[in-house]
Design a protein around this ligand. Structure first.
Ligand SMILES: Cc1ncc(COP(=O)(O)O)c(C=O)c1O
Length: 376
C-alpha cells in the first residue's frame, strides 16, 4: 500500500453471494453492481458474483449496463432507472434489459427495437407503494395494454415484472404486506390481459434475507453482496452470515508533538488538552471520508482505537494519538470487517447518522482499489 488503498476481499463477496443464494432458495440472484459495485469496482466484482452463482447483474443506468457489455460480460443486465434521454437503441442492440416505468419508456424501447431490428427486453415496473419509480395502480392497466400490443408486434419481450419495497429493512412494517398485496394485484392485471413475464422480482438484500414472500423468481441484493447490513434492525453482518468486503487504509503522513491548548484543523473544533502527538492521515472528504465524521469518525492505529480530531479536510484529517508509539508511515485502518478490532463501515455510518451504503459508495476515485481473496 502506498498512501492509501481500499482493499476489496473477493473471497468475502463470493461467500456473501453464497449466503444470498441459500436465502433465495429457488429464486435466481441478480447482484446489484450499480455505482461501481457500491464503490468496490464493478468489473472484478461482476466477474466474482457471476463465478459465485449470481446469474443476473443489476445497475441503475443504461451507461453502466453498456460498460459491462464493453467489459465482455454477456449475462442478463437490467438497467433499473430510465430517463427520456437514455440511449436505448444502443442498449437494445447490446441486449440490455430496460426498466419500463411508463408508456413513454415502452414506446422508446419499441422504437429502439425497430431501429436495432431486435425486440427490446423490458421489465415493467409497478409502483406498489414506494412512490419512486414504476407505474401507479391507476396507470398500470394502460401500461399493460400498451405492452400487449407491442408484444403482438414483437417489438418488446416482457422479461420481467417488478417492483421495489420501501421498508424491507423492517419486515413487520405494514407497508411490506401492503406492497406484496398490491404487487400481486398488479400481476393479476397483467395475467388477465394475457401478459406473462419470464421473471417476477421484488426483493432487495433485506427482502432476500428476511421476507420469504418477496422472493418470487429473482432477488436483487446489493448491499449484502458487499457484506454490510441492509438495516441495523435486521442484524449485524456476522449475525446475517455476511462478511464486509472493503477495508479502507492509509499510511500516516506526519506525526508531530504540540502543546496543550492547541487548536486542531479548520475551525479549531478540537483543542488539545495536554502536550500530545498529532498524526496526519492523508484522506479527506474528496476521497469520500464524510466531513460529518469530524470529531466522531473512528479509526484504528497500531491496534488502538482513536477518533478523528477536529474537522475532516478535503485531503486529510488529524488524529490525536496522545503518547502512543505512532510514526509517519504507520497504517491507519478507517474501516474493515472488524476482525482485528478495527471499525466497520456500519460503525462509521452510525457515528455520522447515515447508512453503510453511503460510506462505501462514496469512497472516491483517487483511492486505488486492491483486490485480495482470489481471482475475480
Ligand atoms: C430497484 C433496486 N433494487 C435493488 C436494490 C438493491 O438494494 P440493496 O442494496 O438494499 O440490497 C436497489 C438499491 O438501491 C434498487 O434501487
Amino acid at each position: 500500500m502506498q498512501r492509501f488503498s481500499a482493499d476489496v476481499d473477493l473471497g468475502a463477496i463470493r461467500s456473501n453471494v453464497g449466503r444470498l443464494r441459500d436465502a433465495a432458495g429457488s429464486a435466481e440472484v441478480m447482484a446489484v453492481v450499480k455505482a461501481d459495485a457500491y464503490g468496490h469496482g464493478v468489473e472484478p466484482v461482476a466477474r466474482t458474483v457471476l463465478a459465485a452463482g449470481a446469474t443476473w447483474l443489476g445497475v441503475a443506468f443504461v451507461e453502466e449496463a453498456l460498460a459491462l457489455r464493453a467489459a465482455g460480460l454477456d449475462v442478463p443486465v437490467l438497467a433499473m432507472t430510465a430517463s427520456p434521454r437514455d440511449d436505448v437503441t444502443t442498449a437494445v442492440e447490446a441486449g440490455v434489459d430496460l426498466a419500463v416505468h411508463a408508456v413513454w419508456g415502452l414506446e422508446a424501447a419499441a422504437e429502439a427495437a425497430r431501429l436495432a431490428n431486435r425486440p427490446a427486453r423490458v421489465h415493467l415496473k409497478v409502483d406498489t407503494g414506494l412512490s419512486r419509480g414504476g407505474a401507479t395502480a391507476e396507470d398500470w392497466p394502460a401500461l399493460v395494454d400498451a405492452t400487449v400490443a407491442h408484444v403482438a408486434e414483437s417489438t418488446v419481450e416482457v422479461v420481467g415484472i417488478w417492483s421495489h419495497l420501501a421498508c424491507a429493512d423492517t419486515p413487520a412494517h405494514p407497508s411490506v404486506a401492503s406492497q406484496l398485496e398490491w404487487f400481486r394485484s398488479g400481476l393479476d392485471v397483467a395475467t388477465r390481459a394475457g401478459l406473462t413475464a419470464r421473471v417476477v422480482h421484488l426483493a432487495n438484500s433485506a427482502g432476500t434475507l428476511a421476507i420469504p414472500d418477496a422472493r418470487f423468481d429473482l432477488v436483487r441484493p446489493g448491499i449484502a453482496v458487499y457484506g454490510l447490513t441492509p438495516g441495523a434492525d435486521l442484524g449485524t453482518p456476522a449475525s446475517l452470515g455476511l462478511r464486509p468486503a472493503m477495508t479502507l487504509r492509509a499510511r500516516i503522513a506526519l506525526v508531530k508533538e504540540v502543546d496543550a491548548g492547541r487548536g486542531v484543523s479548520y475551525g479549531h473544533r478540537y483543542t488539545t488538552d495536554r502536550r500530545t502527538r498529532l498524526a496526519l492521515v492523508p484522506l479527506g472528504y474528496a476521497d469520500g471520508i464524510p466531513r460529518h465524521g469530524s470529531g466522531v469518525g473512528p479509526v484504528q492505529i497500531g491496534g488502538e482505537r482513536y477518533t478523528v480530531s477536529g474537522t475532516v479536510c478535503m485531503d486529510q484529517f488529524v488524529v490525536d494519538v496522545g503518547d502512543a508509539e505512532v510514526a509517519a508511515g504507520d497504517e491507519v485502518v478507517l474501516f474493515g470487517p472488524g476482525d482485528d478490532g478495527e471499525p466497520t463501515a456500519d460503525e462509521w455510518a452510525e457515528a455520522i447518522g447515515t447508512i453503510g451504503y453511503e460510506i462505501v459508495t462514496r469512497i472516491g476515485g483517487r483511492v486505488p482499489r486492491a483486490y485480495v481473496g482470489g481471482a475475480a
